[in-house]
Design a binder for this molecule. Structure first.
Ligand SMILES: [Zn+2]
Length: 71
């Protein structure tokens, strides 16, 4: 449970690639959610959004995908 599946365009493969991005520590967030009586879940959701936006996806065929043009 350490990765998020994402679908990205891979320039090297010339098509859609099923890529994976590193995901933050699931168990850590579960513990923090418990310790903060559920309040941490809002921080967690924000971090998931940040992870998806900032993570460098890896094409399952050829490796890391560099999205130079992607905003
Ligand atoms: Zn590729």
């Amino acid at each position: 449970m350490a990765q998020i599946g994402v679908s990205r365009f891979c320039e090297r493969c010339g098509g859609e690639a099923s890529a994976v991005a590193e995901k933050s520590n699931f168990l850590l967030h579960v513990i923090l959610t418990g310790l903060t009586l559920g309040a941490w879940v809002f921080v967690w959701m924000a971090l998931i959004g940040l992870d998806a936006a900032l993570a460098v996806p890896r094409c399952t065929q050829c490796g890391p995908i560099s999205n130079k043009s992607a905003a």
